[in-house]
Design a protein around this ligand. Structure first.
Ligand code: HEM
Length: 217
């Protein structure tokens, strides 16, 4: 009889990673939507975000959502970073690889032949994940600096003053949204990674796939 136990999946994200990832992802989406609501009250660029993409309904509502989601994101972030460091997950799975490996994987990606298997991150994924984690930290730090420019004056100063910090905060949000577009597209192209991130294991006997093969499923 075939039982799911017989097909031992390769290493997949631990519950710590999965739970903090999804709590972090939801709170990040809430922060983006509420951030756009806050931005619309005083735009720094010649456009506003459409109302349907914003969260909170009005400035006060947007601020309330933004701060509520911020505490959730920070709590999930602290657990994720703590676990990542202490368990060796960052060293083992996310350690950046050299430019040669990045060049090789980039060339394979351009030919739609890049291996993208659950439980193993290729050079491009490592680059993207490490990059977005650094960007997320910068987003939090620049956000804190415009929230408390008096109490955290040194931080606001480090970012070049309130106005510059606000622009940096906006630019970091844009990078996160750009990351999300690529990230979600890749997750949909290789559904076994999405399955692993949700259920903690790959679908039974899911083969290693390249993006090309994943797209064909
Ligand atoms: C909301 C939609 C999202 C979906 C569908 C999604 C999906 C996934 C999937 C499937 C993986 C595993 C990739 C693999 O095993 O090859 C993953 C990992 C990851 N995602 Fe997301 N994600 C989402 C949002 C986010 C957000 C908002 C961030 C941060 C800004 C993020 C950052 C990461 C990171 C850093 C990893 C690697 C985690 C680790 O192993 O430590 N994701 N995501």
């Amino acid at each position: 009889m075939l039982s799911s136990r017989r097909v031992r999946p390769r290493r997949t994200p631990s519950p710590f990673i999965r739970i903090t990832h999804w709590i972090g992802a939801l709170s990040m989406l809430a922060m983006i939507g509420s951030g756009w609501q806050i931005y619309n009250a005083s735009p720094i660029l010649p456009f506003e975000f459409p109302a349907w993409a914003t969260l909170g309904g009005w400035l006060g509502g947007g601020i309330a959502w933004h701060f509520a989601a911020m505490w959730v994101l920070m709590a999930a972030g602290v657990v994720y970073l703590g676990y990542g460091v202490l368990s060796g997950h960052f060293r083992r799975d996310l350690r950046p690889v050299g430019p040669r490996a990045i060049g090789r994987d980039m060339a394979q990606a351009l030919r739609f032949r890049l291996s993208h298997a659950a439980g193993h991150y290729n050079a491009i994924q490592r680059l993207l994940y490490t990059g977005v984690l650094i960007v997320a930290l910068l987003t939090v730090a620049s956000g804190l600096s415009i929230w408390k420019p008096v109490q955290l004056g040194w931080l606001t100063w480090l970012f070049g003053g309130y106005d510059v910090a606000r622009r940096i905060h906006f630019a970091m949000m844009t990078l996160i949204v750009a990351f999300l577009v690529i990230h979600i597209a890749l997750a949909l192209l290789v559904p076994s990674t999405l399955f692993g991130m949700v259920f903690g294991r790959r679908p039974s006997a899911a083969p290693e796939v390249s993006v090309q093969e994943g797209g064909a499923r």
